[in-house]
Design a protein around this ligand. Structure first.
Ligand SMILES: [Fe+2]
Ligand SMILES: [Fe+2]
Length: 131
């Protein structure tokens, strides 16, 4: 398992929590498929992953714009950096089908990032937006 559900903090908005729970579940499935050498399943889950990231980030950005949240540009900048990283890893996977490259990204970049991002940006944003 890459991320245990309790490793990602709950925030004060249920839509954000639901998006995070779905993403953790998906990322764990992707991680298991990569670790287990199941390339077909991993390929399908990579497509889902890139789509899920976009839905998760867009949901938060839309809520922030509606609430006229002051730190929108900062929060969106963090999303945009991760969008770029994920797009790069996705392209690399499509070219090489190198599972170890994606595993390394998930372990060393994505997992620590999501924990920190949710505990900081998302949790402050959720307090401002409310439920
Ligand atoms: Fe989030
Ligand atoms: Fe966020």
């Amino acid at each position: 398992m890459l991320l245990k559900p309790n490793e990602v903090q709950k925030v004060a908005n249920m839509f954000m929590n639901a998006a995070h729970e779905d993403e953790i579940e998906l990322v764990n499935k992707l991680y298991e498929a990569l670790k287990g050498g199941n390339k077909e399943e991993a390929d399908r889950l990579m497509d889902e992953f890139i789509q899920d990231i976009e839905e998760h980030f867009s949901l938060e950005e839309e809520m922030m714009r509606e609430a006229e949240f002051f730190a929108y540009p900062m929060h969106k900048a963090e999303h945009d950096n991760m969008r770029k990283e994920v797009a790069k890893v996705y392209e690399e996977w499509k070219k090489s089908k190198d599972a170890s490259y994606v595993i390394k990204f998930l372990e060393e970049v994505f997992a620590p990032w999501i924990k920190l991002h949710v505990a900081t940006m998302d949790s402050v944003t959720a307090i401002h937006i409310g439920d």
